[in-house]
Ligand binder design. Structure first.
Ligand SMILES: C[S@@+](CC[C@H](N)C(=O)[O-])C[C@H]1O[C@@H](n2cnc3c(N)ncnc32)[C@H](O)[C@@H]1O
Length: 387
């Protein structure tokens, strides 16, 4: 059976997600606003939930219909044979998003819920329950103009929940965003050559873990605890088990050739959290995490990639500038020959690093609009007048 899927993506990540899906063998993946659409078997959809590092979730389309009122949405949702998807014991939740439409998304969700409940009641006099916090099945409705699409969310509660974030520190970066920064920083190509990786302000270790998973060919979804589809009536456990087994074999092989992956931070609790998270990711013996202040950081190899997320809190602009200056000093003094991908809050803070960028990208980091700045750390790219 051929399904239509939509891989949702953060703003600006649509092309990266489409390319990532194509590299997985999903040839017709096409970037659209908000994500990438693709068609394929259920196994293709599962593969995307297991291997996409940058998609927010993978939606499986159940039905699409024209609807310009809440009643029309109700009728369209009611036409879906829900007993093929859930039983009376299955809990569900519905959320709705819209673009270019006038319908109130909250009311649409309520109407859609009524449609499902009424369909079950009519057939059985009973109804399945709603669980907004932790549903067995998450249903997403998207309305674009007058076209309503009802999806099953295969990646609920979100593909960024890889299962390794046991402890957090201040302002951890979202896993999917960290992965996109590594991709744009050229890490997949460098990692294939066995290059070294360093995050000298690693906090809870997100970049370190994501970089190690990419380099060791570890599926980001391998450690996910909650799956969006294991209580779905059409779930194909055999297909999913096959994918899991393949991912385990690729991980075991990938870990054999992993290059040096290091994370350091000045704060003890940050390193404790990073170690705990690396352990949860099965990487405790494969990455090096140590409490070291920036000025004492030394590269683990002659070349590699630095990816980091220095503090850029808006309330402490001056402190943030000083930390950026210090990071620039550390990179210029010790990391000549390396590349760097740094996410920061503004161009002004980026200038404090003291090097000319080779490329910049806009990045949404939660509610903050940030920039990623890529550097080749070479003597000719340093602003000598500022040093
Ligand atoms: C925004 S957080 C990084 C969050 C991290 N990317 C994560 O996902 O958890 C910035 C980190 O920089 C560290 N830091 C600040 N000043 C530092 C310094 N001088 N040397 C080393 N680390 C420093 C902080 O302890 C904090 O963990």
């Amino acid at each position: 059976m051929k399904y239509t899927f939509f891989a949702t993506a953060g703003r600006g990540l649509e092309d990266l997600v489409a390319k990532e899906l194509q590299e997985m063998g999903i040839k017709d993946a096409k970037a659209l606003r908000g994500g990438a659409r693709f068609t394929g078997s259920l196994e293709d959809g599962y593969r995307a939930t297991l291997w996409s590092r940058m998609a927010s979730t993978i939606l499986l389309s159940l039905s699409s219909f024209k609807a310009d009122s809440n009643e029309a949405v109700y009728n369209g949702v009611r036409r879906i044979p829900w007993d093929e998807h859930l039983s009376l014991e299955t809990t569900f939740a519905i959320s709705t998003t819209s673009t270019r439409a006038n319908l109130n998304t909250h009311f649409v969700s309520l109407k859609a819920k009524d449609a499902i409940v009424d369909q079950f009641r009519k057939a059985t006099q009973e109804r399945p329950n709603v669980d907004v916090e932790n549903p067995d099945l998450a249903i997403q409705i998207h309305i674009d103009k007058d076209l309503t699409t009802v999806y099953l969310d295969l990646g609920n509660p979100g593909l960024h929940k890889r299962g390794y974030r046991v402890l957090s520190t201040d302002a951890p970066i979202r896993e999917t965003v960290a992965a996109s920064i590594l991709v744009r920083g050229g890490w997949p190509e460098l990692a294939k050559q066995g290059a070294a990786f360093m995050d000298p302000m690693c906090g809870s270790g997100t970049f370190v873990i994501e970089a190690a998973m990419m380099a060791a060919d570890i599926a980001p979804g391998l450690g996910r605890v909650d799956l969006g589809f294991d209580r779905w009536k059409k779930h194909d456990q055999k297909a999913f088990s096959g994918l899991l087994q393949e991912a385990q074999e690729r991980r075991d092989k990938g870990l054999e050739t992993l290059g040096p992956i290091h994370g350091t931070d000045v704060a003890g609790p940050a390193i404790a959290a990073a170690k705990r998270n690396a352990e949860a990711a099965g990487l405790a013996h494969h990455v090096h995490l140590e409490r070291v202040p920036l000025m004492n950081v030394r590269p683990p190899a002659p070349t590699g990639l630095v990816a980091t997320n220095p503090p850029y809190g808006h309330r402490f602009e001056e402190d943030a500038a000083a930390v950026h200056y210090e990071l620039g000093e550390a990179l210029i003094n010790e990391f000549i020959g390396w590349k760097a991908a740094i996410i920061t809050g503004s161009k002004e803070l980026g200038r404090e690093l003291g090097m000319r960028a080779i490329k910049t990208f806009n990045v949404d980091n939660g509610p903050l609009r940030c920039i990623q700045i890529n550097f080749d750390i070479q003597p000719e790219r340093i602003f000598h007048e500022r040093r």
